[in-house]
Design a protein around this ligand. Structure first.
Ligand code: PLP
Length: 470
């Protein structure tokens, strides 16, 4: 690198990290060191300026070394390319899982380090654990507008869905109600238990959806039969973010013996007011979609007057969770879910505003390329965009950009082996649109993401001339 004035060297570093804070500290032996900080205060790189003539005015820099994953010296453009290739990919797959909120981790940590079994009633460790678990139960119940005794902790939404569906088999047999209605776009954690119910002799109707990605309440109404045991419709689809008309469906079923279950893995802590209003009989909840720990969730089973609870346990053991879900409750995880829920209850309006802002920005950036949004935008959660780029092979695209951007083209659980999305297929989209679809889902740290997303999109455009319309 030919010698350049000191200020220009610093400028090059700044231009390599747009939106970042660059600080220089004094060094010796003709070297100065510095750090590059993201807007959230995390250090993303350190650098060193080698000054050839330290005492001359103005000083001349003949080497800029940026350290992160490794070391690199070069011009601003080279440094930018190197940094982008080496830094962690930008995570835009929040519907698969969210990072744990450090504030949640902080309240969980003491429970990992203390003997904690909420079932031990003979000593204070057990009593304190029980208090903590009951506090978490109250936090989850409050979010759903329910009573704490209606909340049962599980390992996550998959288990909650299994319990809600398979747990009704006995009740269905006893009452002669052996018909179930669901939709073609449910998560596999609903579709597979339904398949099992079919093997057990239940009739299952999967309602079709519109090209906008939602089921019409009238379709559910048409499928209803006198022996319908259960209607199970997800609150928001995990691949498209499209909200389903669950309130209208609940209204349809009001006063009947048919139970209503909704898989709210993607809306708990996000669609707060709608979930509180919705008086579904059963609601499945997951913790790791709202910055809580993985491995915990809950099933809400609402009481219907003095009627006996229709759901039966699928496992048997120590009688925990009032016998519905036996096994030692993981106290640290329950406390984590409770705290993540409490924070979501406080912060959901600001998280939503940040997501809407980012979405607008994203849509403005996407306007530069030929694309189609999948699903009715008027019904979409603000933090999700399912978008197809004509001519793009989404699998190849994700492989070629995996060091840069973490997105998906289906649910995390099914994306290990590529099969065309059953959700987009049910929406009647053609093969080209399905094969070129990418799901982008993001979190509330919009400021940082805005800066990084723009550079990611630029690279995507550069890497994929097929999608660039310019
Ligand atoms: N249901 C839906 C709609 C989901 O999006 C997910 C997770 O991707 C699940 C269920 C499974 O949730 P968990 O990972 O908590 O078992």
């Amino acid at each position: 690198m030919p010698p350049i004035p000191y200020n220009e060297a610093l400028d090059r570093v700044r231009r390599s990290f747009p939106g970042h804070e660059v600080t220089v500290c004094d060094g010796d032996h003709g070297q100065e060191s510095g750090v590059v900080e993201a807007p959230d205060g995390t250090t993303v790189a350190s650098f060193r300026l080698t000054i050839r003539e330290p005492r001359a005015a103005p000083p001349i820099v003949n080497k800029v070394r940026i350290g992160g994953v490794g070391q690199y010296c070069g011009t601003s453009d080279e440094i930018r390319a190197w940094t982008q290739a080496h830094s962690d990919p930008l995570y835009l797959d929040y519907n698969a899982t969210t990072p744990l909120d450090p504030r949640v981790l902080e309240v969980m940590l003491p429970w990992f380090l203390t003997p904690s079994n909420a079932g031990s009633r003979t000593h204070s460790y057990g009593q304190k654990s029980k208090e903590a678990v009951e506090n978490a139960r109250r936090q989850v119940a409050d979010m759903l507008g329910a009573q704490p005794e209606e909340v049962f902790f599980t390992s996550g939404a998959t288990e909650s869905n299994n319990l809600a569906i398979l747990g009704l088999a006995e009740h269905g047999e006893r009452t002669g109600r052996k018909h179930i209605i669901s939709t073609a776009i449910e998560h596999k954690a609903v579709l597979e238990p339904l398949e099992r119910m079919t093997q057990l002799g239940f009739a299952v109707d999967l309602a079709p959806v519109t090209s906008g990605g939602y089921v019409e309440p009238a379709t559910i109404q048409r499928l209803l039969r006198p022996d319908t045991l259960l209607v199970s419709v997800m609150h928001a689809n995990n691949e498209t973010g499209i909200l389903q008309p669950v309130e209208e469906i609940a209204t349809l079923l009001r006063g009947s013996d048919t139970l209503f279950h909704t898989d709210a893995a993607q809306t708990f802590g996000k669609e707060v007011e709608a979930l509180k209003r919705l008086k579904a009989d059963m609601v499945s909840v997951s913790s790791h979609k709202i910055y809580g720990p993985q491995g915990i969730g809950a099933l809400l089973v609402r009481r219907r007057g003095s009627q006996k609870r229709p759901v039966q346990p699928l496992q048997f053991g120590g009688g925990q969770e009032r016998g519905l879900r036996p096994g030692t409750v993981p106290v640290a995880l329950a406390v984590g879910l409770g705290e993540a829920t409490r924070l979501a209850a406080l912060e959901w309006p600001t998280r939503r505003t940040a997501a809407l802002r980012l979405r607008e920005q994203l849509l403005r950036d996407l306007a530069r390329v030929d694309h189609h949004i999948n699903g009715d935008p008027a019904r979409c959660q603000p933090h999700v965009l399912n978008v197809s780029f004509p001519g793009l092979d989404s699998e190849a695209f994700m492989m070629s950009t995996k060091n840069l951007i973490a997105v998906s083209n289906g649910s995390a659980c099914t994306s290990a082996s590529y099969k065309p999305s059953h959700v987009l297929t049910a929406m009647g989209l053609d093969d080209g649109r399905i094969d070129s679809a990418i799901r982008i889902s993001f979190g509330p740290d919009a400021k940082l993401r805005l800066v990084r997303f723009r550079s990611a999109l630029n690279i995507i455009l550069a890497l994929n001339p097929l999608v660039a319309s310019e």
